[in-house]
Design a protein around this ligand. Structure first.
Ligand code: DP6
Length: 332
């Protein structure tokens, strides 16, 4: 391939949901190193598809995200491209087209699948030969949760000691324990405070933040053991605890942040009632109002029906677990 030719590739990545949460960065780290480890599941039925073309004819980067040119999210995407270009030692500008097949307001971290797909497409277009671990570390620099969407199934992102870069590792294949996820969509509006700002405010101002960080290694070990043993009850216990601890830190920041709406709390109670009545399901909530219910195979439909009845729940989405970020053939 000559230097004058354009180079293109398309990648698909899927969003993930953390069961042991990432919330907080190491202060003054230039590479977005998390202060705590996290454990997630990659979803199978929702995806971001990203096409990247490096073209010598381009004078600047251009991004079309969900059909919109230079819209919200473009500046962060261009900054990401800049960082990846530097890493690859390439000077060409690029055209990026990225589409989610799930609603952006549904509280599913589109930055996770978006940046995992971007890194994977850039790697393929430029032929850099980054390993999956390297792609995970590069995705993490762009958005912490994106590191995990490089892999499928159950994924672990451990925090590292100073001076070392963290990268996610696959823990268990999706097929080995095919859990199901129901998203109860409570609020479709954009969240008022993004994760990056929310976690920084938590770190600086919540009296509970040191306790959150201090107990994170134990939570991660418990979550890891529960996944490897496929112990649903144990996973439910640590996941709900990690979620509630994270939100306690968020709510005690100054000024306080509350991502929940009333329906979020009603969903939480409904999930616990269902579990008490014998349905294998637990909840988790991210930096938004949506509640995610995780259940054993065969229970998603019943859980979705129960959550859909709650006033304030606009709709529900159901997904199984899926694969890591990968390149796909270009349309002919
Ligand atoms: C609540 O990965 O969006 O979803 O690294 O600043 O981009 P940045 O943060 P981001 O935070 C995700 C926070 C969370 C929990 C999680 O996914 O672990």
């Amino acid at each position: 391939m000559s230097a004058g030719e354009s180079r293109t590739a398309t990648a698909v990545a899927q969003p993930n949901i953390a069961l042991v949460k990432y919330w907080g960065k190491r202060p003054d780290d230039p590479h977005n190193e998390p202060a705590v480890g996290s454990l997630s599941i990659t979803l199978g039925d929702l995806a971001t598809r990203t096409r990247v073309t490096f073209d010598p004819a381009l004078e600047r980067d251009a991004c079309v995200l969900n059909g919109e040119q230079d819209g919200p999210g473009s500046a962060r995407m261009v900054a990401a491209l800049e960082a990846l270009r530097r890493e690859a030692g390439v000077a060409l500008h690029a055209h990026v087209e990225s589409e989610n097949d799930f609603p952006t307001g549904a509280g599913l971290a589109s930055s996770a699948s978006g940046f995992a797909a971007l890194v994977t497409a850039v790697d393929a277009a430029l032929g850099t030969g980054w390993s999956p671990g390297r792609r995970s570390a590069l995705a993490r620099r762009l958005s912490g949760s994106a590191a995990r969407s490089i892999f499928g199934g159950f994924v672990l992102l451990e925090r590292t000691t100073e001076g070392r870069e963290s990268e996610a590792v696959p823990l268990l294949d999706a097929g080995a324990w095919p859990l199901e996820v129901v998203v109860a969509v409570v609020s479709e509006g954009p969240k008022t405070t993004g994760s990056t700002e929310g976690m920084e405010r938590s770190r600086r101002t919540s009296a509970y933040y040191p306790a959150w960080v201090g107990s994170s290694d134990a939570d991660l070990a418990e979550g890891r053991a529960a996944v490897l043993a496929r112990d649903f009850e144990a996973l439910a216990a640590v996941a709900e605890s990690s979620c509630m601890k994270m939100h306690a830190v968020i709510m005690t920041a100054r000024p306080p942040l509350v991502y929940w709406r009333g329906a979020t709390v009603e969903c939480l109670h409904r999930v616990r009632e269902l579990r008490a009545a014998g349905t294998p399901v637990f909840f988790t909530i991210d930096a938004g109002a949506q509640l995610k219910a995780v259940c054993l195979p065969g229970h998603a439909e019943g859980v979705a029906a129960a959550l859909a009845e709650i006033p304030g729940v606009g709709r529900t989405l159901v997904s199984g677990l899926g694969a890591g970020a990968r390149t796909v053939a270009e349309p002919a």
